[in-house]
Write a protein that binds this ligand. Structure first.
Ligand SMILES: *Cc1c(COP(=O)(O)O)cnc(C)c1O
Length: 384
């Protein structure tokens, strides 16, 4: 654990986002909280107790290792769904632990049946349909094959879901493709149902699809980014807010990332600062050293561009981002002292460093920046 850079998670924001999502998606739609990539950088072990507290009882992950982390920190019964990778051995373990998983090829279906037979249990699977993203999923022929296999082994398989993933609902340019995908999904669902196989949950939408294409909500929405207080894209936000009188963003960011001043220096005009010749002081300046660098998810592309907050003032990163450090100009913060809080993401006083501002400079997605926050950063839950 490295204690010099901290993440605080605001419980009130979690409550706000879950309340908003439940209200908008309606009572009949189950929310599956997507907690892949260490809960979008928020920390699986830290955020799950808070999600539980506000009524989340369904979790989606990508890797089986993430499923196990969720399994180990749950304090109430909940469903865990693996959307991606699971090794042969973990299929057996998953069935034993009643962890649900996607089936997107016949091989995995056969493995599920094999282990379910050995254990004399039913594997809880989500059949994933290939509807046009061309990433993973069963095409119509494979679906028909899968149906035949399932019918022969029905005592070992529970169809927990029938699902697909839409290829980019956050941008209107994908509209045609998304609409076609959803049509194909419905067609494939009809094939399944015609065989008297009725999935417990039909699901297709992520955050963006649930808001832009309400009909894709079906029984369950796999909500990631919005739970954490971010819109999938500006387009999705505009789409939502346009029809509202109140133009205030209903979502609240949960995460605040901060560090502190490690050292302060005076630099004379004409001196270079940091490695090489990336920054030349144009006047006498005062700098603060902050012990966070690219090894901590603070991208090198923020060299000479990033902003942080110190004592309620915006300060610029000067020179290149190092592996473990950045240098910021604090000439205008006359009372800055060693140990002062440095906000990298989040609010301080009246100002805020938004993930979006950050991502515009570094050309990373919100998702990417959050997912890059190292697991070693200590995360604490607070109520604000
Ligand atoms: C990541 C993911 C989601 C969640 O997407 P958001 O845009 O964060 O809501 C949903 N479904 C699948 C298959 C995913 O991989």
């Amino acid at each position: 654990m490295i204690d010099i850079s901290l993440i605080t998670l605001n419980e009130t924001a979690v409550e706000n986002n879950i309340t908003f999502l439940k209200k908008k998606l309606g009572e009949k739609v189950k929310i599956s909280a997507v907690v892949k990539a260490n809960a979008y950088g928020h920390g699986i072990e830290e955020i799950i107790p808070v999600f539980e507290k506000y009524g989340i009882e369904h979790y989606s992950v990508f890797y089986y290792s993430e499923a196990i982390r969720v399994f180990d920190c749950l304090s109430k019964p909940a469903t865990i769904m693996v959307m991606g990778w699971l090794s042969e051995e973990s299929i057996r373990d998953a069935i034993e632990k009643e962890i649900e998983f996607y089936v997107f090829n016949i091989e995995r279906l056969n493995s599920a049946i094999k282990y379910a037979k050995e254990l004399n249990l039913r594997a809880k699977i989500h059949l994933e349909a290939e509807t046009g993203m061309n990433r993973s999923g069963l095409n119509i022929d494979e679906l028909n094959k899968a149906i035949a296999i399932i019918k022969e082994n029905i005592e070992y398989i529970e169809i927990a879901g029938f699902c697909t993933h839409l290829a980019g609902a956050e941008s209107v340019s994908n509209d045609f493709r998304i609409q076609n995908q959803f049509k194909r999904y419905k067609k494939m669902l009809a094939i399944l149902e015609a065989n008297n196989l009725n999935p417990k949950y039909k699901h297709a939408a992520n955050s963006a699809a649930a808001f832009v294409y309400p009909k894709t909500r079906l029984d369950l929405v796999r909500v990631g980014i919005m739970l954490y207080g971010f819109w999938s894209s500006t387009e999705v936000f505009i789409h939502y807010i346009n029809s509202k009188h109140n133009k205030i963003d209903p979502l609240k960011r949960i995460l605040r990332w901060h560090s502190q001043i490690m050292s302060i220096k005076k630099i004379n005009s004409g001196e270079f600062v940091g490695y090489g010749i990336s920054y030349l002081a144009q006047s006498n300046i005062k700098t603060a050293l902050v012990p966070v660098g690219y090894s901590f998810g603070y991208s090198r592309s923020l060299s000479n561009k990033g902003r942080v907050l110190i004592r309620g003032c915006r300060c610029s990163v000067i020179g290149v981002v190092n592996m473990n450090m950045i240098i910021v100009d604090i000439s205008h913060v006359s009372d800055a002292k060693l140990g002062d809080e440095v906000v990298l993401i989040g609010k301080q006083g009246e100002l805020e460093i938004k993930v979006s501002a950050f991502s515009e400079i570094s050309d990373e997605l919100n998702y990417e920046i959050l997912a890059h926050l190292p697991e070693s950063i200590i995360r604490t839950v607070i109520k604000q």
